[in-house]
Design a protein around this ligand. Structure first.
Ligand code: NDP
Length: 293
């Protein structure tokens, strides 16, 4: 073999990205994102980092000093991160939470791709414009879903939540910033789904592993087969709610779709590359043993 006439360009320094969370170990984002990097020839790594609330500031300063191109935040850092950022994107500022940080021109910019992820996933089966939503929950995921759905033209959103304060606040936020009609219903009895509902979303943590047999307190006798039922829970992808809804004849959307598309949006923010969602979905389906149809 002849030797190369010019020295090869060596590069042992991938771009760095990752997630800061606690607990972090079970977060499946790393294999999903790295599969997309590999598929698209993006020379970057994605690290799962266990970061305690007390360590968040140091983690962010470290990422900045090491030139990370960006990172995700998961439980419990999505609101606490705000004080370390230089700027906020429009959705993140309305939602009041950040799940993706972009490091660009020396600035840390906070974005929220949870709601966008949900919306793109929803748009694979219906257009949210003009639809009547029932949203179970008023936490971080619910806020992101509500704001993005309302900005995408939802006609109305009924926020159903246990704690009155969070539910009322979310209904007020929607009404003040979007053209969607917003109402709050306190969740203190089995919830009966109104007849005009088009889309029902579980944005609570009910049904998340290991409590996989628990489900939301909703009267499924009132669920019509024309309603699209979505769940944010990624693990297990087929929650009790989604299984029952499918038995009734409803079209369903699992939490993996939201996870995949928030990842697509995050990678685009960091690298400018629009990655193929199927690559990421396949990895998650393998991890969660989803049966192929
Ligand atoms: P939060 O802690 O911010 O909010 C939790 C919500 O669930 C609140 O509305 C809370 O009501 C409600 N809730 C919790 N337990 C019950 C119960 N037993 N009965 C009725 N309501 C209940 O969490 P997040 O919004 O950040 O996360 C919610 C879920 O969304 C998690 O399971 C998370 O994994 C998932 N998620 C999925 C994503 C994806 O990409 N698929 C992305 C982001 C989150 P209350 O206000 O009364 O306490």
């Amino acid at each position: 073999m002849g030797s190369s006439p010019v020295p090869l360009e060596l590069d042992f320094q991938p771009q760095l990205t990752g997630v800061f969370s606690s607990p972090a170990r079970q977060n499946p984002t790393m294999p999903m994102v790295e599969a997309a990097y590999k598929h698209h020839g993006i020379y970057a790594r994605y690290l799962t980092c266990e970061v305690s609330p007390n360590g968040l500031g140091d983690a962010v300063r470290g990422a900045r000093a090491m030139g990370w191109i960006g990172f995700n935040l998961s439980i419990p850092h999505k609101v606490a991160i705000l004080k370390y950022l230089d700027k906020l994107g429009k959705s993140a500022s309305l939602i009041g939470a950040v799940n993706t940080v972009v490091h660009r021109d020396g600035q840390l910019i906070g974005e929220n791709t949870d709601g966008v992820g949900f919306l793109i996933s929803l748009k694979t089966i219906t257009d949210p414009a003009g639809k009547n939503f029932v949203l179970l929950g008023a936490g971080g995921a619910a806020r992101a879903i509500a704001i993005e759905s309302a900005l995408a033209g939802a006609r109305s959103i009924i926020v159903v939540n246990r704690s009155r304060e969070r539910g009322e606040e979310l209904a007020r936020l929607i009404a003040a910033n979007t053209s969607a009609k917003a109402d709050f219903v306190p969740w203190n009895a089995t919830y009966r789904i109104p007849a005009q509902t088009d889309i029902l979303v579980n944005a609570t943590s009910v049904g998340f592993y290991p409590a996989v047999d628990t489900t939301v307190d909703v009267d499924l006798e009132t669920l019509r087969s024309s309603v699209i039922v979505a769940d944010v829970i990624p693990n297990p992808p087929q929650t009790v709610l989604l299984r029952r809804a499918a038995e009734i004849g409803c079209r369903t959307l699992d939490g993996l779709g939201m996870l995949v598309y928030q990842g697509v949006a995050g990678i685009e923010h960091w690298t400018g590359v629009l990655v193929d969602p199927r690559i990421m979905r396949n990895v998650l389906e393998e991890i969660f043993h989803v049966k192929k149809h």
